[in-house]
Design a protein around this ligand. Structure first.
Ligand SMILES: Cc1ncc(COP(=O)(O)O)c(C=O)c1O
Length: 418
């Protein structure tokens, strides 16, 4: 097994760089914390998946939830991507980035009536419904608007994605979708309902999946139900395999897109329907680095060393939320012996730590460090806790860099308050 994207970050003459652009120069101009993304890494990741499925009719609907900054969406749209939106807000952002209604699959476990009315009025490509009740609400909204909504039902195949429990979605104990064995009757009972047209069937078993086997099983389950529905005379137009492809946060072996395609295509060929893919993390994850400055260092009597950064769980929540691992690199390494450091944030929560007992050269106040692989589920999960301000985002492309989101100001935040 091998990874599919060359790492965009490497040490150069001016310290750690993103595609040759020194992170220290960006931090100097924009301040810290700052998210930096490599446009080339995003292109490579997108085209890697697209090429792996080239021999089979497919559409990549990039999952906006991973990172929906407009400039990144425009970049992906330019590559031919479509969009997977998980809320009314994400649908609107997709439109602002230039995606059309037909480009969108609307997913999400708790769609409100307002969101459904909006999606139906906009005639989005497919609404992925999560329950029989939601199908009925879509039908009512569509019928009231004199429209027909294209829908796919999300099935829950009870497959262990072998990932972190908090990002596993395809087990019977999870809140997502309907049990596989119930799906056929749900389609059958509603196939002639006014306002609904069943165009697909959907599955998404989890995120950060690092072996092909669960994805292969999900594809088999999906193809199986699609074939049953065809036998029942439901004229489906696609199957939607969801997202979930992992990235090598710890440098571990990872499924390459070609292995992913090889694992799922035999099942898809069996049903013969075009496939929708909804990758998020695998497209943007490795492109990003969170660059932050050390604001304090200290050592406990037992020898434990801490480096406190100006970034914390308000910028990157994943370590606090799931105990997830991110590599942390000094931006300008010193010639000093390596020792172990706890790299922590400034927030008053003990879970606010990016890494514990990490081997690092001496860190001093003012040093820059980069938390790597933070392109997905990083900036999008940022918060204003402690009245902290959302960080700026910078896109590096072809040796130049651009601020694609400015730093939030306190006035931006307080504008909502009376
Ligand atoms: C329905 C659905 N599709 C796609 C994704 C994207 O997943 P990933 O970023 O792991 O590819 C998610 C994320 O959880 C999801 O819930």
């Amino acid at each position: 097994m091998r990874t599919h994207v060359s790492a965009p970050y490497s040490q150069g003459k001016h310290g750690l760089a993103c595609d040759g652009v020194a992170l220290a120069a960006i931090a100097h101009d924009v301040g810290t914390p700052v998210f930096v993304y490599s446009a080339q890494a995003i292109r490579d990741a997108y085209t890697g998946i697209d090429r792996a499925f080239a021999d089979y009719p497919h559409a990549i609907h990039y999952a906006l939830k991973a990172n929906s900054t407009l400039a990144l969406l425009r970049l992906l749209r330019g590559l031919g991507s479509r969009a997977d939106a998980n809320s009314g807000g994400e649908i609107r952002v997709a439109f602002r980035a230039g995606f059309g209604p037909a480009d969108i699959v609307f997913t999400g476990v708790g769609k409100t009536r307002d969101e459904l009315e909006f999606a139906v009025a906009q005639d989005v490509g497919t609404i992925n419904a999560e329950s029989p009740g939601e199908l009925d609400r879509i039908a009512a909204v569509a019928a009231a608007a004199g429209r027909t909504a294209r829908v796919a039902l999300r099935v829950n195949p009870d497959i262990d994605a072998k990932t972190h429990a908090n990002i596993s979605t395809g087990l019977r104990i999870n809140k997502f979708g309907v049990a596989l064995e119930d799906a056929r009757a749900i389609y059958r009972d509603r196939r002639d309902v006014k306002g609904l047209r069943f165009t697909g069937v959907h599955v998404h078993i989890g995120s950060q999946i690092t072996s092909a086997e669960p994805l292969q099983r999900a594809a088999h389950a999906l193809a199986g139900i699609a074939i049953e529905l065809r036998d029942d005379g439901v004229p489906l137009e696609h199957v939607d395999l969801g997202g979930g492809l992992g990235i090598p946060y710890e440098g571990q072996p990872m499924i390459a897109p070609s292995e992913y395609a090889a694992a799922v295509l035999p099942a898809l060929r069996r049903c013969g329907l075009p496939v929708v893919l909804e990758p998020g993390r695998a497209i943007v994850g490795r492109s990003g680095a969170l660059v932050s400055r050390v604001v304090d260092t200290k050592q406990n009597p037992d020898g434990r060393r801490f480096a406190v950064l100006d970034a914390g769980m308000t910028e990157l929540m994943r370590p606090a939320l799931y105990g997830s691992y991110h590599r942390i690199e000094p931006v300008e390494p010193r010639q000093a012996a390596v020792s172990q450091w706890d790299i922590v944030g400034p927030i008053c929560e003990s879970s606010d730590a990016f890494g514990r007992e990490r081997d690092m050269p001496l860190l001093e106040v003012g040093d820059l460090v980069a938390v790597l692989d933070t392109g997905a589920y990083g900036a999008v999960m940022g918060s204003n806790y402690n009245r902290r301000l959302l960080s700026p985002e910078v896109l590096v492309d072809d040796g130049a860099w651009t601020v694609i989101r400015r730093r939030q100001t306190l006035d931006d935040v307080l504008a909502l308050e009376s």
